[in-house]
Design a protein around this ligand. Structure first.
Ligand code: G3H
Ligand code: 13P
Ligand code: ZN
Length: 350
C-alpha cells in the first residue's frame, strides 16, 4: 500500500473521537519501533521527520525506509509528515520526496527561531496549502509560539514569555479561514524537549481551556499538540541509574492529552519520550556489559524500549484498534476533494 495523506487519518480520528500520536524519526530502528507498535495495537500511524532528521538521514534513505514500512504492513495506514517546515521551498522539497503531509510552521521566521508576524504566517502558510493541496498533500499550520529551546526549535521563550505567545482563539479562527490548513498546531504552554515544567503542570501553565475555546470556534479543524511528551519519571530514572544526568522535570500528563482529545486534538507530537527510552536502554546495555560492541546488542533493546512507549501512547490516545477501520486513500484521490472544497469556499466568498 502507498503512504496515505495525513488528512484521511485525522478525519477518521475526528469522526470516531480519538487522537493519533505523531512520532519523530531519524533512523531505521525508530521506524521499526513505530511499525511494530502499530502491528501490536492495530493502529494507524503518523511518522514525522524534522528538517534536522531529513539532513541526518538523507531524504532518499528516509523515503525508502518509509516505503518499506508501508510495504511490510499493508493493512496499517501510514502518513509521512514533515515536522516544522520553515519555508515554501522546504515544504515543496518534502512533497517531491514523497511526504504525504507537511507542516508549514509560519509562527516562526525562516530561521526557525524568531517569532513571526501574523500576516507573514498567513501569507506563507496559504502558499504552502495551495501548492500542497493541488497534489493531494495535507497541511498543518501553527499559530502562537511554543516555548523551549532545548532542541533548537521555538522562539527561545522563557516560561513567562511563552505565556504571552499562547494561541488567540479568535486569531486561530481567522487563520484557518485565510489559509485553508487541514490541521492547526496551537500553543498552550508546552515546549519541545525534556525540560517542560519544573513541577506537575497546573491549569496556570498548561492552558487546556484555550483548546476548548478553539474547538468551539473551529469544530471541523483538526487540532495538534506539539511538545507533548510526558517525560515519564521511570524513563528518566533508567538514564540516571546507568550513569546519565537529568534534572528534575515534568512533561505533559497523558490525562491532559486525553482531555485535549475530547476537545478536538487529533494529532499529538511525541519525540522526547522515545529519545529517553532509547537512551536509557542503550546506557543500560553499556553499563551492564562493558565489553559489548555489536550495535545490534544495544540498538535492539533501544528499538524495543521505544516500541513500548509507542504502544502505550497508541492505547492512551485511542488509535489502537482503528487501523483496519480506515479506508485507505492516496494523495491522488485527495486532489478532487481539495478542488471541491476550494470551489465551495470561493462560492461562499462571492
Ligand atoms: O520539533 C521537534 C522535534 O523534537 C524534532 O527535533 O529538530 O532535533 O529533529 P529535531
Ligand atoms: P516533545 O519534545 O515533547 O516530544 O515534542 C515533539 C514535537 O512537538 C515535535 O514537533
Ligand atoms: Zn513541534
Amino acid at each position: 500500500m502507498s503512504l496515505v495523506p495525513m488528512r484521511s487519518l485525522l478525519d477518521h480520528a475526528a469522526e470516531n473521537d480519538y487522537g493519533i500520536a505523531a512520532f519523530n524519526v531519524n533512523n531505521m530502528e525508530q521506524i521499526q519501533s513505530i511499525m511494530e507498535a502499530a502491528e501490536t495495537t492495530n493502529s494507524p500511524v503518523i511518522i514525522q521527520a524534522s528538517r534536522g532528521a531529513r539532513k541526518y538521514t538523507n531524504d532518499a534513505y528516509l523515503r525508502h525506509l518509509m516505503l518499506a514500512a508501508a510495504e511490510l504492513c499493508p493493512h496499517i495506514p501510514v502518513a509521512m509528515h514533515l515536522d516544522h517546515g520553515n519555508s515554501l521551498p522546504t515544504c515543496l522539497s518534502a512533497i517531491e520526496q514523497g511526504f504525504t503531509s507537511v507542516m508549514m510552521d509560519g509562527s516562526l521566521m525562516e530561521d526557525g527561531k524568531s517569532a513571526a508576524a501574523y500576516e507573514y504566517n498567513v501569507e506563507v502558510t496559504k502558499k504552502v496549502a495551495q501548492a500542497a493541496h493541488v497534489q493531494g498533500v495535507s497541511v498543518e499550520g501553527e499559530i502562537g509560539c511554543l516555548g523551549g529551546i532545548e532542541d533548537g526549535h521555538g522562539a527561545g521563550l522563557t516560561g513567562d514569555e511563552a505565556k504571552k505567545h499562547l494561541t488567540d482563539p479568535e486569531q486561530a479562527e481567522r487563520f484557518v479561514a485565510a489559509t485553508g490548513v487541514d490541521a492547526l498546531a496551537v500553543a498552550i504552554g508546552t515546549s519541545h524537549g525534556a525540560y517542560k515544567f519544573t513541577r506537575k503542570p497546573t491549569s496556570e501553565v498548561l492552558a487546556m481551556d484555550i483548546i476548548e475555546e478553539i474547538h468551539k470556534r473551529l469544530p471541523n479543524t483538526h487540532l495538534v499538540m506539539h511538545g507533548s511528551s510526558s517525560v515519564p519519571v521511570e524513563l528518566v530514572d533508567i538514564i540516571r541509574m546507568y550513569g546519565g544526568f537529568m534534572k528534575e522535570t515534568y512533561g505533559v500528563p497523558v490525562e491532559e492529552i486525553r482531555r485535549g482529545i475530547k476537545h478536538g486534538v487529533r494529532k499529538i507530537n511525541v519525540d522526547t519520550d522515545n529519545r529517553l527510552a532509547i537512551t536509557g536502554a542503550i546506557r543500560k546495555v553499556f553499563a551492564c556489559n562493558p565489553t559489548e560492541f555489536d550495535p545490534r546488542s544495544y540498538l535492539g533493546p533501544a528499538r524495543e524500549a521505544m516500541k513500548q512507549v509507542c504502544v502505550a501512547r497508541m492505547i492512551a490516545f485511542g488509535q489502537a484498534g482503528m487501523a483496519g477501520k480506515i479506508k485507505q486513500v492516496t494523495c491522488q484521490q485527495m486532489i478532487a476533494f481539495y478542488k471541491r472544497n476550494g470551489q465551495r469556499s470561493r462560492r461562499r466568498r462571492r
